[in-house]
Ligand binder design. Structure first.
Ligand code: 13P
Length: 254
């Protein structure tokens, strides 16, 4: 089975409902072709999920993602949004452990493991983010740093849960900086991630995992990054807020 190639938008905390509607309408007007093994995923703020989901109805291989969910099932957690709520409005994916959530909201490896468990219990597909800060890259210890992120938050899962799983590698120094990892740096880390998963779960499971690259992906560099053998698409911030850019990125999937 060919693993999925995914172009995933992460709108982060941007846009109003009106702007969100306009963006998705513009995007849907631009021809973009998704093959059977390709997906477009829209990671949009909670208040827009329902609307964007409806706009994507009937569009081939096009899905919505929440950018986070609670690590609790339900109850007195003012301001939180549960996985069950997301499932009830037919959300498909949830971005888990984005570096901005790890950094600004103190999400620990253990919290992320809990969130992933709740996603599986609820029938939502996690997109698990990992990636090192600049100081770690400069110290050349990024491989062990990312390995710890994977082992601490994923290794309690079984092989069936990880078959077809989605991981996004986003080096923090490349996020919003205009400085992407080089094609070689991306490929090297993606191969490393796949080998870590293969070591624990075997090559068949590891080969089924889609590993997306994130960090300053634009229309003009997407193709070169996506054509690396272990890069299965991207998680896109800034460029996903521009319809022409994101459509071109979707069309850059291999
Ligand atoms: P940019 O594409 O804006 O660098 O953001 C990447 C990212 O954080 C996607 O989750």
């Amino acid at each position: 089975m060919m693993r999925k190639q995914i172009a995933a938008a992460n709108w982060k905390m941007n846009l109003t409902l009106q702007q969100a509607d306009q963006l998705i309408d513009e995007l849907l007007d631009i021809p973009h072709d998704l093959k059977d093994y390709q997906e477009a995923v829209f990671g949009v703020p909670f208040p827009f999920l329902f609307n964007i989901k409806n706009k994507l109805a009937g569009k081939k291989n096009s899905f919505v993602a929440a950018q986070n969910c609670s690590d609790k099932n339900a109850g007195a957690y003012t301001g939180e949004v549960s996985a069950a709520m997301l499932k009830s409005i037919a959300v498909d994916y949830v971005i888990i452990g984005h570096s901005e959530r790890r950094e600004y909201f103190n999400e620990s490896h253990a919290t992320l493991a809990d969130k992933i468990n709740i996603c599986f219990e609820t029938g939502l597909k996690p997109i698990f983010c990992c990636g090192e800060p600049l100081a770690i890259r400069e110290a050349e210890t990024q491989n062990s740093f990312v390995e710890t992120q994977l082992t601490e938050s994923l290794f309690h899962l079984n092989a069936q849960q990880l078959t077809g799983f989605v991981i996004a590698y986003e080096p923090i120094w490349a996020i919003g900086t205009g400085k992407t990892a080089s094609n070689e740096q991306a490929q090297e880390m993606h191969a490393h991630i796949r080998s870590i998963m293969a070591g624990q779960y075997g090559a068949v499971v590891a080969d089924s995992i889609s590993i997306l690259y994130g960090g300053s992906v634009k229309a003009n560099n997407a193709k070169a990054i996506f054509c690396q053998p272990d890069v299965d698409g991207g998680l896109i911030g800034g460029a996903s807020l521009v319809a022409t850019e994101f459509a071109a990125i979707i069309n850059s999937l291999k």
